[in-house]
Design a protein. Sequence first.
Length: 257
Amino acid sequence: MDRTSIFWKVNKVYRISDWLHYLGYTLLGSVLSKDIKINTFLQTSFLLAYAYSFNDYYDKKLKRKHFLIPLILSLITLPFLRIWEVVISLLFLLIFTLYSWPKIWLEGKPIISTLSNSIGFTLLLILPFPNVAYVLDYFLFILLIFILNTAAQLLHETVDFREDKKINKVTTAVRFGTKNSLILFKICLLAIVLISFLLFNNFPFISLSSSIFSLWFSLIREVKRRTRKMFKLLGIIVGVVYLLNLFSYHHISLFKK
């Protein structure tokens, strides 16, 4: 088996292409804390690989427990992290284990399914922080990311409405219907615009890009698969704007404490 085949097999098993962009949250958090560490990015990768492969194991009823490898790697990495990072890592593992584990299955519970995703992915932003004080200092920005994640999850659940309903997975979209889910989605977008306004003095480009992004998607009348793809693509572009704004905010090199 050549290297290309191995890469695509690993990518398929751990769905790397589905979560690679979430490393951007850890990058943003690293810039905010003015400290970049390879261990933190490795840990984020292991956590995401575990979350996605563990979900696939039960959703697709797989025989091989591929999720054990990233789980073990994430636990091995813990001694090389700060106490705060250890706590956040364990919390992430707990949330996404309960999310997919059939005995609890948060994925199949309305509201909780959406919020557990939003909280879980937002943890990747604060993972590089040295302590809880940073959470308080950047609370509005963290809240912005949380609501963006909530909007993204509502969009995802709305697109998968029919498939989820067939297998009795009662997500928020299944419980409230696509029309009401779209309303909730737009409420999230409005909240993003309001929070962006409060962030303008410190983060003008983050504020403007978030507002334009949210107002654009607030105009949609129905949700399709291409809507979700566009949301993800434009979200990555907005994330780059976030990063540039944070560089400007700190006036520092990423690799200097």
